[in-house]
Every structure is written in C-alpha cells, then in structure tokens.
Write a protein that binds this ligand. Structure first.
Ligand SMILES: [Mn+2]
Length: 409
C-alpha cells in the first residue's frame, strides 16, 4: 500500500500581508500530480489545513478543489486530521458531502466516524480516530489523533468519576497513554499507521510554531509512539525531518511552501511511504517546485540594491533586503526600489559601526520627537510621515496636560 504523507498547508496564510493563495494553488496541484504519478492509495494530511479557524471563501474553495482532485472520484482515500490552526468542528462539517468521494475528516481526538462506504473503500470504524479497510488484499489500520491540548487529553482519557487528583500526571504520559489506546487496534498482519499533529522533542523547529507551544510540557519524546506503529505521519513542524530517536518511521513531511525566511533553506517535500504488513516502510521524498522563493539580499550600497531590483524585476520571489548605508533610505528611494521589485517584504538599512556610535552619542541631546524619528527610521527604514509626527505631537501634548494638571479632571 502506498501512502502519500503531507501536512501544514496553512491555506490562506499571508507573508507580511501578502496573499500566498496562488503559490498554494500551484504546490497543491503539484501534490495532486505526485499522488497520480506515484499511484498513491491513500493521502494523509496531518493537520493545519488552514492558517486559521475562519478561512476565507477562496481558501475553502482551494481546499475543496484539492481534496476532490486528490480523491480521484473516490478511488484514492484522503485522510485529514485537524491541526492547532484548524477549527475542528468546522473542518468536520463537510463530511456528509465528501464521504462519497473517499474523504475522511477527524477534527478532535474524540471524533469517531461512521462505518460505511467512503468512495470505493469499505471503511470499518473501530474506535475514536481508528478505522480499518482492505485494499488489494492488504488490511490497513489507521489511528488518527488530531491536535490535542492538555484539557482535551483529560477529556479523552478519563471518565467523569475520576477526580482531579487522580488525573494528575504528566502531559507526556497522558499522550503516550492516548497513542497506546489507539494502537491497541493494531495487528501484526496489518499495515499500522498513526497520524498526528504534535511537537516531538528533538525536532529541529524553524521558529514558525514557537508561538503555539505552551512551555516545554508540549514537547513529546519520540517514545510516546507505540512500537507497533509502522509509520507515523506527523504534522506541526514545517521543516521536513525524521524524528530523532526513531529509525526513520516517525516523520514530519513539512509544509509544501516555505512560510518564512528561515524555512527557505530547506527544499519542501511530501513523503511517499510504501508499506506492507510486518515490514519496515520504504520512504521516498518527493520535492515541490517552489513557485516564489523567499530570499534575503544584502547589498553594499543603495546603488547596488537598485541594480539588483532592476535585474530581478521579472523574477518571481519575495525579498528581505538589507542595504549598507551611511544615511537613512529616503521615502523616494524606497519608492524607486519598489517600483522595480514589487515584492520587497522588508528594507533594512545597515549602518556602519562608526556611524552607529556617533549616533548613540547624539541620542543624549535629542528631543523626544527626534528620538522617535530616529527609532522609527531605524525600524522601518523610512522617516515617519508628517501625519504620524502630528499624532505623536498630539499624544505628547495630552501627556503634558495630565502631568501639569491642566486637564479638565
Ligand atoms: Mn501546527
């Protein structure tokens, strides 16, 4: 049986306010072609379908279009779990429509699907998140564990009679218990697969998920996963990787697109795992062609930056531009750069250390407004507009009124 493993589509995600939908459409089409070309029997999407719980109509439309194409009229099973960015019930809501296309959706670890016909597959639902089916004489058992919080863990694992004292336990142990429970349905003569959306210890994060972690308790060691699982398809970390401590059967496929500059150094991929009962998986990495890379340019002066923008005007890429300069980049220079290269995400002036030192000296003699202008200019690369300065003056005036007691109160 061939499983195509992907995750973290984050449909609708922006880069500094810029839509990435077109790029997402391109890579998701590539994914459909990969599934076809490699004759995948099942596609696993391991969470974070959307970038947020309230996706735009265009984002939803791209999702539906993609899963319909992937499912190939119900001849390929598509299994989707929710990530921390998805709204679980909303993701599941479309089940009555997509069931006949062979599409299975799990919103929470408590979700259980009805047994029945899903496209050309006869699915037997065994437990929460667990189902089985047979294709080409091979039986597969899927244990799907969508993103869970500690609260969800308690709800899933313990009945109401157990009091809080007894519930006390480490997140890790509880997570291990949950995976173990689900894996109790695995059998040696089946293909046994776990799908989940978690952060495992030792996975080289790229910064994109930092905000999603609530302290170290949300990091799971690789041994929370039962040994009886042949392949563990994970989502959450955007950088593709084998989880350390596993022999390559616990994997993050990573996102199909780099979503920030730090993710740009690694080629994006999805994974094709060929599985047979009782055998180690054979995993092949399939690479995406990035339609619009995120780049960092460092230029020695404004002239070079301008030249580089001109030369690359027709090339599709996002640019974080740093320019060595002795003076601030003026508004009109900024406009000129952008007139050549539209997708300049950020322009950062780099001052020589001497320049910086002399400026630091000056700070002591500066007025608040001058300090503000200097700070704003350094952060944004341009001088603040008159309107901003006027607002600042207004605020300062009010502050002074308060301090001197001339306010009405
Ligand atoms: Mn995530």
């Amino acid at each position: 049986m061939k499983i195509l493993h992907t995750a973290d589509w984050h449909i609708g995600k922006l880069l500094e306010g810029k839509s990435r939908l077109e790029e997402q459409r391109i890579v998701l089409r590539q994914l459909v072609r990969m599934a076809q070309k490699n004759h995948a029997d099942v596609v696993c999407v391991a969470g974070d379908i959307y970038d947020n719980g309230h996706p735009s109509a265009a984002a939803e439309s791209l999702f539906y279009e993609t899963i319909k194409e992937l499912s190939q009229d119900g001849n390929r099973l598509v299994v989707i779990i929710a990530g921390n960015h998805d709204q679980p019930s909303r993701l599941e809501a479309v089940t009555p429509l997509v069931k006949e296309h062979g599409i299975i959706l799990y919103g929470t670890p408590k979700s259980m699907i009805p047994s029945g016909t899903y496209g050309s597959f006869e699915i037997q639902s065994l437990d929460k998140g667990v189902f089985t089916f047979t294709k080409n004489g091979e039986r597969a058992v899927f244990a799907c564990v969508p993103y869970f919080s500690e609260r969800t863990l308690n709800e899933v694992l313990y009945s109401e009679e157990i009091d809080h004292e007894e519930r006390a336990g480490e997140y890790t142990q509880k997570a291990a218990e949950l995976f173990q429970k689900r894996a109790s349905w695995f059998s040696p003569d089946s293909i046994n697969i776990i799908m989940s959306h978690v952060f495992t210890l030792g996975s080289a994060g790229d910064g994109s998920e930092q905000g999603m972690m609530l302290g170290n308790s949300y990091l799971l060691p690789a041994d929370v996963f039962p040994k009886s699982a042949q392949y563990i398809a994970l989502g959450h970390v955007h950088r593709p990787q084998k989880v350390p401590g596993s022999s390559g059967q616990i994997r993050y496929s990573g996102s199909p697109l780099p979503y920030r500059l730090t993710e740009s150094s690694v080629a994006k991929q999805c994974l094709l795992a060929e599985l047979h009962p009782g055998e180690a998986p054979v995993v092949t990495e399939l690479f995406f062609d990035n339609p619009k890379p995120i780049e960092k340019w460092v230029c020695r002066d404004y002239g070079e930056a301008l030249e580089k923008c001109r030369k690359n005007k027709d090339r599709s890429c996002y640019v974080y531009l740093s320019v060595h300069t002795d003076s601030y980049i003026r508004e009109e220079q900024l406009k000129e750069l952008k007139s050549w290269k539209e997708d300049l995400i950020e322009i950062i002036p780099l001052f020589s250390s001497e320049e910086k030192e002399s400026m630091e000296q000056d700070f002591r003699q500066m007025s608040f407004e001058e300090l503000f202008i200097s700070y704003y200019t350094e952060k944004k690369g341009v001088k603040p507009q008159q309107e901003v300065l006027e607002t600042l003056a207004e605020i300062l005036e009010k502050e002074n009124d308060h301090e001197t007691g001339t306010d009405e109160n």
